[in-house]
Design a protein around this ligand. Sequence first.
Ligand code: GDP
Length: 327
Amino acid sequence: MQDTKAMAEQVLAGNRRALARAITLVESGRDDHRVQALALLEALRGHNRTALRIGLSGTPGVGKSTFIEAFGMMLTGQGLRVAVLAVDPSSARSGGSILGDKTRMERLSRDKNAFIRPSPSQTQLGGVARRTREAIDLCEAAGFDVILIETVGVGQSETMVSEMSDLFLLLLAPAGGDELQGVKRGIMEMADILLVNKADGDLKHTAMRTCADYAGALRLLRKRPQDPQEFPKALTVSAVEQNGLDTAWEAMTELNSWRQENGHFSARRAAQARHWFEAEVRERLLARLAKEPIRGIMTDLGSQVENGRLTPSAAAQALLKEHLYLE
Ligand code: GDP
């Protein structure tokens, strides 16, 4: 049994090893660990620190780790403390991962003002969401100024990450007009800033054209009345040559300041908190159904429905009322 009060104090003091242990605790599936994790998060509540949470998505190979390393180093160079969390939906499915297998962000990982945490493997997407949310809370409590939450552009992970971020960035590669169509509209709509990476060398011209194409596409999307006119916007960057990173950061801070001043920042966080509360209730109810003894009872009731001894409605009613105490 870990002393969660002491752990909370160490996290608040910015102790990185304590932070790493705390994240391991919230990642654990063990029931006794869950009890401790909740006590820890409760002990950390009300610390009054606010990090800028930036979600970042992009397909494999687009340059996410190169970008995060360069961008992260730029921020730590300005005296900011940066945490990087990875959300890897592939590890939930297959146990293998797209993010985190290779040595990534080597320089940033040695920076004492940076903290990098790879995605845990072998968890359900719902579990990944909870773990990431709680890890974000822990990093915020530990006093990080910026938390980058990185994910791969597949499936539902973008939606999930955007729902735990203050700003959402989409990293794109220079491409012909056809590939622009390949970015799903829903993902474009989530993004506050599109960054066309690799705007250097032979690719520079294509990157600029791609950026203009995306800027045009953004103008056609539904406007967000709460944001300034020029957002969402598209910009070019080169992670390798470290070009455009300062402009990208300016755009992020501009949008964030606007939202802070106009109350949209806190409104978004409040809505996100409600969303995750409801998601967790749903998730845990479903988890109860999959666990004994409810699973066995459902199998029994299912057999009775199959051979006509109970109607589906009566069986459902019996389960909810007598076994889950819900009706
Ligand atoms: P990830 O899979 O999205 O994390 O992508 P990586 O950061 O591993 O980058 C994939 C490849 O693109 C690597 O070979 C990088 O060197 C290259 N790359 C990343 N950023 C840039 C850039 O700004 N310009 C160019 N030319 N190549 C880049």
